[in-house]
Write a protein that binds this ligand. Structure first.
Ligand SMILES: Cc1cc2nc3c(=O)[nH]c(=O)nc-3n(C[C@H](O)[C@H](O)[C@H](O)COP(=O)(O)O)c2cc1C
Length: 178
């Protein structure tokens, strides 16, 4: 069945089941799904609606390899089907928040169609800038790689802290019902 018509997750299920995946199969991602992922980015809200972000889509194998070489923590991106370099403008103090939101929206939109992804932030700045023609006023904040997972990931549990270690009520440290 085509992945596009398999989209059937509600927002919570999408969040609850998505994992960051670093091993991808060679299965191609349709242009239709790619455009949904990029549309999710475009539709994301940014601070003051500045939309200061720009996106470089990397699809060619040789450029995905370059991207991996220009990273310190994202070597796996060479195996992705495509990647997006998220550029934000550091003039806005909220630029990294915007980057996080737009990447999460792209990842969730992808996962809705069964496409897995992971992000990295470890970048060799000078190399990346020169290889991808990134202008001085923009920062390559996050890179996200997409592809169908090489392994079955449905049913895998997330390693997360329990709610009572994370959530307080009315005042820091108060458990529910205290
Ligand atoms: C801000 C941020 C930076 C991250 N940087 C990297 C990175 O440089 N390299 C990498 O492989 N994964 C990176 N990740 C992925 C995290 O390791 C991953 O989200 C975390 O382990 C939870 O994964 P899970 O949802 O599959 O359980 C980053 C995630 C976030 C949110």
């Amino acid at each position: 069945m085509h992945a596009f018509i398999m989209a059937n997750m509600d927002a919570f299920e999408c969040i609850a089941t998505k994992l960051d995946v670093r091993e991808f199969s060679s299965q191609n991602i349709s242009a239709e799904i790619k455009s949904k992922i990029l549309e999710a980015a475009r539709l994301t809200g940014s601070g003051l609606n500045t939309q200061h972000w720009r996106f470089i889509v990397v699809e060619e194998k040789k450029n995905l390899k370059k991207l991996a070489e220009d990273s310190t923590t994202g070597g796996w991106v060479s195996g992705a089907n495509f990647a997006v370099i998220v550029l934000t403008n550091p003039r806005h103090k909220f630029h990294m928040i915007d980057a996080g939101r737009v990447v999460q929206d792209m990842q969730l939109a992808a996962w809705n169609y069964g496409v897995a992804s992971c992000l990295f932030t470890g970048i060799q700045d000078e190399k990346l800038r020169s290889d991808f023609g990134i202008p001085k006023d923009l920062t390559p904040t996050i890179i996200v790689g997409f592809g169908f997972s090489a392994k079955q990931i449905s049913g895998k549990r997330k390693n997360r802290l329990p709610p009572d270690e994370l959530v307080y009520y009315e005042k820091y440290g108060n458990p529910k019902g205290a």
